[in-house]
Design a protein around this ligand. Sequence first.
Ligand SMILES: [Ca+2]
Ligand SMILES: [Ca+2]
Ligand SMILES: [Ca+2]
Length: 668
Amino acid sequence: MTMNVWKDKLRASVFVCAALICAGSFAAKKPNVIFVMADDISAREFPFYESTTWTGARRAKTPVMDTMAEKGGCFIETAWACTICKPSRVQLLTGTYATKNKYWDNSHIGADCRTVYAAYESAPITLGNMSRDAGYANIWVSKTHIGGGADILSMGFNECMLDPAEPVRNMGWNPFGTPNKNPYPIFRSDNPEDWDHDSFFWWPEIQLINSPEFPNEPYKFVQTEINDYAPDLEMDYIFKFMERTKEQGNPFFVLYTPHLGHLAKDYAQKGKPTVWPGTPVLEWKNGKYVRKDPKHIKKADGSYERENITPEGISYHVEYLDYQLWRLTEKLKAMGELENTIIFFTADNATQDNAGHFGKAHIEQQQGLHVPMLIYAPGIKSLKNGRQNICTDTTDMLPTLAELMGFEFPENYDRPDGKSLLPYLTGKSNKHRDWIYGMRLDAQMVRSDKVLRDGRGVWYDVNKRAGDYQSFTKLDDLPNGEYKNMLLSEKAKLEPVVEQHNLYMVDSEAPLPPPDADGDGIADWFEEKYGAMEPAADLDGDGVDNYHEYVYGGDPSDAKSPTKEQLPHLTGISDAQGEYVALQFQRREELGPDYWFLVEGTTDGKNWTTDGVIQQHTVRSNGDGTEKVIARIAADKNKTALNDLRVTVEKPKKRAPRKFKNLLSKKD
Ligand SMILES: [Ca+2]
Ligand SMILES: [Ca+2]
Ligand SMILES: [Ca+2]
């Protein structure tokens, strides 16, 4: 029996509760947290921002959000993400700027010699594992867009519902073999009728990772059909997760990153135009939403007639998000959890105007990165209501959620750039931050509540609100005098911030491994200290070869080092969602991402594979140049077919030369 093998191996080990990593008190009931990050929607599209301009002719109506922003909640006037998707999402997950995480753009993401510099390598405490270690059951629903070689579960989410499905996942820090091809023919065929299209609206491609509903299929692909609408399915999975978690007596954390707001090919229209595909028709009547059942009726030319589906347009996406927040709050009410839940609503970057004239990717003024930030917490009586004229950016979310969840960062953890919003929002402090920051590649943006520097290096007076959040006066255009001098002194305070973060051209990559002149994987300093050595030899005869002495942080001249505890060994850990088997070891922090740790599993003790070895890992510094790594199987230990785990460590390969992309000309 599989289970007995694990039990045998683990008989001497103690199950460590992951929550012990957090020193916070568990006496009080922890609030549930739902964090919604929509896709490509500027703050100006939301009526409660009262912008004088918006995208498209039709203005969205959001009765639910309007109320949430005023009663039981508030919204931040100036919230910045980055100007494009990936950097914003990494800022959210890790609380760090590109200065540390090296995600400068969707394409420039701090390469290592393998594939990418995964977000959790620069900042191992993520929203996922932070919430898990704080005692929460967690789930990530819809879009990730930061995989690309990194394994998503190592962000620390126990469960995922993703659309489209995560792509090939055979590289990265602790890679694991996911079935690279979707097993269902509808996703594999070249026939467009089969919708092989990574869809995330109509007829979506859905992947459930580690769903308790399918214990024997950790990667479950769900077959859907044309009238299935991804945002509806997403909400269904979120509700099931919330119910299940409540039943088990745990607080929940939902990271919901819907595609609503994003342009997409509309497969149901002839020619597959890229549009904001229509949503199911909604009606708001007597304080309630009614959603009509959508229908696609196939025409002779292969396109579809539609019933109960809106025309294309971003306003309908904004309204559908309002409907979803209504569904969420109604569900929480029915569960008796509304007062014990905090909802955040934001977006990853500004609107992608189909004509390309506004928003996403733009570096002028704050148009690329000004996003909505709504916080709704009817149970927190001290929470401010309505418009808050402060500045926040996406890096503030990790510290804010950590404070809400009772997570304390380890003392030596220096990663987060942001600051918790809670002291300001609950009136304990009357100031949040002195400045916020955003960027894309070599274009750097910074602002305070008084001045703004845009990506072109132009400084603006933002002391007075612009009705459209854009038409600010340039500092250069202000008449000389006391007012201008005040702003110039503000500008002088922010200039060093720009300098500090403007590292794209000089330090945009993942840290290099230590110098190793003979290329044997053992750093020069180690061979200088202990004498030149053969990697495969065993200087002190302790059974650990010299290469692994170096990698695992051992002493090659001391047969008592490294200890069994420091070398890879099986252990068990548990969290709110299950009990897991893990491979634990110590390694040198200086190795960096170029040393490749391949964790494999086996079912028969002979064939080792990454297939089915769905992992998560936790990394914590030991404070002495080494760190502790716990790479665990994500599936509950009672449900996995694997019998054993092992790790192999590959030495660095040469990095490919980097092509830099400049947005600014040399003159700038
Ligand atoms: Ca060497
Ligand atoms: Ca040795
Ligand atoms: Ca030794």
